[in-house]
Design a protein around this ligand. Structure first.
Ligand SMILES: Nc1ncnc2c1ncn2[C@@H]1O[C@H](COP(=O)(O)OP(=O)(O)OP(=O)(O)O)[C@@H](O)[C@H]1O
Ligand SMILES: [Mg+2]
Length: 233
C-alpha cells in the first residue's frame, strides 16, 4: 500500500461490524462508472479477507450480468474456503437475495455491480452500508470516481480505492487524497500485480496464492481500513 495515511480505528478488540444499521448483515458494494477498474477483483478479495479476519460467514452477490464474480465463486467450490454464499441476480432480485443470505446466516455480503452512472447504481447504494469506488490514479479517472462518490453519498457511506491495475509505476497517495477530499473515505491503494489475474482465474485470492507478497499486504490493509470505516459508521 502507498504512503497515504490510512484510516484506522479500533486496534485491539474487534468490534462487531453488524452492530449498526445492518439488521445483522453488513453490505458492501463495489461500484464505478468506468469498465475494468477492478470491481470484481476487489469484491472477491474483500470477501476472502473478511472471512480470514473472522467477519464471516461471507456472501458474494453478483449483479453484473457478465457474472465474473459468481463464476469466480463457483471456481472456488471444493478447493479452498469459499465465501459461504454466492448468488447472481438482476437489480429487481437484490433485496430478496440479500434477505435470503441474511436468513441463512451471512454476516457480510459483498456485491459486484456492472459499470454504471449514479442513476444506475442508486438502487444498490440504497441497500449498501458502504460503497467502495475503485479508480485509476490519473486525474480524469479520479475526477469521475469522485463525482460518482459525491452522487452516491446521499445513499451510502463512500470509500475510494486507487487500483493501479494497468501499470507498475505505483501511486504515492496523492490521487487518493485528492479524490476523497470532496467527501468519502480514502480506503487505500492497491498496487499493480500480475498475480491478481492468476489468482482470480484459479478461483483464489492473492492472499492465498501469493501469501506474504506486497499485494497480499495491500489487500490485508485495505480490509483493515474498510473495516474501520464500517465500524465508524
Ligand atoms: N491491481 C491490479 N494489478 C494488476 N491487474 C489488475 C489489478 N486489478 C485488476 N486487475 C486486472 O484488470 C482486469 C479488470 O479487473 P476486473 O475484472 O476486476 O475489473 P471490473 O471493474 O470488474 O471490470 P468489468 O467492467 O469488465 O466488470 C482484470 O484482468 C484484473 O485481473
Ligand atoms: Mg467486473
Amino acid at each position: 500500500m502507498s504512503n497515504v495515511t490510512p484510516f484506522r480505528r479500533g486496534t485491539g478488540e474487534q468490534p462487531d461490524l453488524t452492530a449498526g444499521r445492518s439488521r445483522g448483515m453488513v453490505v458492501i458494494a463495489l461500484a464505478s462508472q468506468a469498465d475494468g477498474t477492478g470491481r470484481t477483483m476487489l469484491a472477491a478479495h474483500i470477501a476472502v479477507q473478511a472471512g480470514l479476519t473472522g467477519d464471516g460467514p461471507v456472501g458474494v452477490l453478483d449483479t453484473d450480468p457478465k457474472g465474473a464474480l459468481f463464476q469466480w465463486w463457483n471456481r472456488r467450490q471444493g478447493k479452498v474456503d469459499a465465501p459461504a454464499y454466492g448468488a447472481l441476480c438482476d437489480a429487481a432480485g437484490i433485496a430478496l437475495t440479500l434477505d435470503g443470505m441474511r436468513a441463512a446466516g451471512a454476516r457480510l455480503c459483498v456485491i459486484d455491480t456492472a459499470a454504471g452512472d449514479a442513476v444506475a447504481l442508486a438502487p444498490v447504494a440504497e441497500i449498501a452500508d458502504l460503497v467502495v469506488i475503485p479508480s485509476d490514479a490519473d486525474a480524469d479517472a479520479a475526477g469521475q470516481a469522485a463525482a460518482l462518490g459525491r452522487a452516491l453519498s446521499k445513499q451510502a457511506t463512500i470509500a475510494f480505492v486507487i487500483n493501479c491495475r494497468g501499470h507498475s509505476g505505483g501511486e504515492d497517495g496523492n490521487a487518493l487524497a485528492a479524490m476523497s477530499s470532496g467527501g468519502g473515505w480514502p480506503a487505500g491503494t492497491v498496487q499493480h500485480a500480475n498475480a491478481y489475474a492468476i489468482a482470480m482465474t484459479a478461483g483464489r485470492s492473492i492472499t492465498e496464492s501469493h501469501a506474504g507478497s506486497d499485494a497480499a499486504q495491500d489487500i490485508a490493509e485495505l480490509w483493515t481500513n474498510l473495516r474501520g470505516i464500517l465500524v465508524a459508521g
